[in-house]
Design a protein around this ligand. Structure first.
Ligand SMILES: *[C@@H]1O[C@H](CO)[C@@H](O)[C@H](O)[C@H]1NC(C)=O
Ligand SMILES: *[C@@H]1O[C@H](CO)[C@@H](O)[C@H](O)[C@H]1NC(C)=O
Length: 411
């Protein structure tokens, strides 16, 4: 009896010790990083090493991270939108007829080393170093919860959140999408924890706790990517950047269907001062039949969609659209950052020097792409970064934006 009890007790103790060791292992930072990488990086059919050091994993379309979402377990993949907005190619026809002859099609850098097979989606692999640069594993791929939206900033708090903008916007109607052609540059970033981006925002709700946002454009973000390359990105949130949403496909939400364009991958080529200019076109719209928010890159790449159920306000429509630049000013050395926005030049320098958005459009309730009405502009400190809008036949509604940050008028 006694010895049986001792044996049983010893067995229990051994089990407990083993469980405790396992729990300890799971809690160690290295094990947590490993687990996080395993969750983010899905098994690849093929992997391509990009010249910038990225690994692009070609992941089977039904194994992508989106399907980790509990509400997507039984989701039927939509391989195409039911509808595109009306009038989509009107401005393209005009552009082809009149744009500068030097314009070349835009590619991603990793295309130099191969392509993903049909039936897969290209996903930028997250590396251990990417996670180690993040302030915490939980925050990796998410925005800091600060006043990330320009028009939410209380004038008394200027610079407190450290985000600076130069944007054009419309509000006061129901919007079902937006489009823009965005000039692509590689702005200099002063501190690795700062970033510079150029994007469009599709917004619903209030700027308090319940802001819904879908965002897409290009960004330079050393902390997120480990280099100074200009990268295609998306972002979404349904609670003002708190618990939901992320960049690219770093959380489950966006469902990718395209095998050619990777979120977070380096854009190539990039514009240079007084030399060839390159731009990307981004269209985001709500499919009037299924309700999903779709994204198209360029003339032909339908990248995928955000299911409507991810959102509250945007499950119906957007109440505001913004286009433009944003940088983080962390005030290194107690002065304004010299992180550049756009090309780093002010709007008045014009084509070939200043960065532009052209043919900005919104989608209305009848699924029609049209010029936005009543466009406003906003910047916190026009001596640091500025915006100037206009209208003409070739460029439709356009604006130049950006600046150098720190300079004699922006100390
Ligand atoms: C998925 O489908 C199965 C079988 O029809 C069902 O039992 C389950 O509840 C569904 N899950 C969700 C999240 O809808
Ligand atoms: C990024 O650019 C900054 C200067 O703008 C430079 O100090 C830094 O070394 C660059 N980082 C990489 C990874 O190239």
């Amino acid at each position: 009896m006694a010895s049986a009890w001792v044996l049983a007790a010893a067995a229990v103790l051994a089990l407990w010790a083993a469980a405790a060791t396992a729990a300890e292992g799971a809690r160690s930072p290295a094990a947590r990083v490993h687990r996080h990488l395993k969750r983010l990086n899905k098994p690849a059919v093929k992997s391509i090493e990009s010249p910038d050091g990225d690994i692009i994993d070609c992941v089977h379309i039904s194994h992508q991270p989106a399907f980790d979402h509990p509400l997507l377990k039984n989701h039927t993949l939509q391989m195409r939108p039911a509808y595109h907005p009306e009038g989509l190619y009107d401005d393209d026809k005009r552009s082809v007829a009149s744009d500068n002859a030097g314009e070349k099609p835009m590619l991603q850098l990793w295309h130099q080393k191969g392509r993903c097979p049909e039936g897969t989606v290209p996903i930028r692999r997250t590396k251990k170093d990417d996670l180690l640069r993040a302030s915490s594993l939980r925050r990796y791929g998410r925005k800091r919860h600060t006043a990330a939206n320009p028009l939410s900033i209380d004038p008394n708090m200027l610079n407190e959140g450290g985000h600076q903008h130069a944007i054009a916007y419309v509000e006061g109607d129901k919007y079902y999408g937006a489009k823009a052609t965005i000039n692509v540059w590689e702005p200099k970033i002063q501190q690795p924890n700062e970033f510079s981006l150029s994007q469009l925002w599709i917004l619903g709700g209030s700027f308090g706790e319940d802001l819904n946002s879908i965002e897409a454009g290009w960004q330079v973000s050393p902390d997120l990517y480990g280099d100074n390359n200009t990268r295609l990105f998306t972002y979404w949130t349904s609670d003002a950047y708190q618990a939901t949403g992320c960049y690219n496909v770093l959380c489950s939400g966006f469902i990718q269907i395209n095998s050619e364009i990777a979120m977070g991958a380096s854009i190539f080529p990039i514009s240079n001062i007084a030399s060839s200019q390159y731009d990307i076109s981004i269209l985001i719209w709500k499919d009037p039949k299924e309700g999903n928010w779709w994204m198209q890159f360029g003339r032909e790449y339908v990248l995928g969609y955000w299911p409507s159920f991810l959102f509250s306000y945007l499950a119906d429509s957007a109440s505001m659209v913004e286009w433009g630049g944003e940088v983080v000013n962390s005030e290194p050395d107690g002065t304004h950052t010299s992180t550049q926005m756009g090309s780093g030049r002010f709007p008045e320098e014009g084509f070939g020097k200043a960065s532009y958005f052209k043919n900005i459009q919104v989608v209305d309730s009848s699924n029609q792409l049209k010029a936005p009405k009543g466009v406003g502009t906003y910047t916190e400190q026009s001596n640091c970064y500025d915006v100037q809008n206009g209208n003409n036949g070739d460029w439709g509604t356009y604006f130049y934006y950006g600046g150098p940050g720190k300079n004699s008028n922006c100390p």
